[in-house]
Design a protein around this ligand. Sequence first.
Ligand SMILES: [Zn+2]
Length: 194
Amino acid sequence: MYHNLPRDASFWAFLFSIDQDLAASTRQKACPCGGRLHCANYPRKPRGGGDNLPEPYGCRLSFCCDREGCRKRVTPPSVRFLGRKVYLGAVVILVAAMRQGPSPRRVRELSRLFGADRRTIARWQVFWREHVPQTPFWKVARGRLVPAVEIVVLPRSLLEAFVHTDDDHQGWGRLLRFLSPITIAGGLTIKVAR
Ligand SMILES: [Zn+2]
């Protein structure tokens, strides 16, 4: 199955609107201390999206408690950014998936398409193959997938489970939302099973 990112700017605008929803529900919950959350976005310069990225992609939505003495930062999950990775989450999924399968795309071709170098792409493969399957998130989340997704083919199997056509905005939205718990602090914590 062949996958690509939808090429139009409306795809990125669609993902941004999901991030706004996620941020709104985080803000409603307020700070654990009872303080109100104020906007305190992080500046970002995400890579891999070409020239089509709308202006709001220069920030990761985040909040800060307004109570003196607390000032705790609360960053909502995101469908645009995968934790602190510089590249857009969709690109980190897609490129790693294209390296898998019966006829993997060449690193050179992927570099040309998405701008990531050989070492970065290799790191993403390790991230999906070794890191993600060890997370508490994945141990719970994989049970919700039907049919159960095989670890050996992450993230390709995730793409196949969620995204059904080249221009499947909704599918990408569902996949990135599904993965969004791993985009916040602690979401990727590794817990070794006893
Ligand atoms: Zn607070």
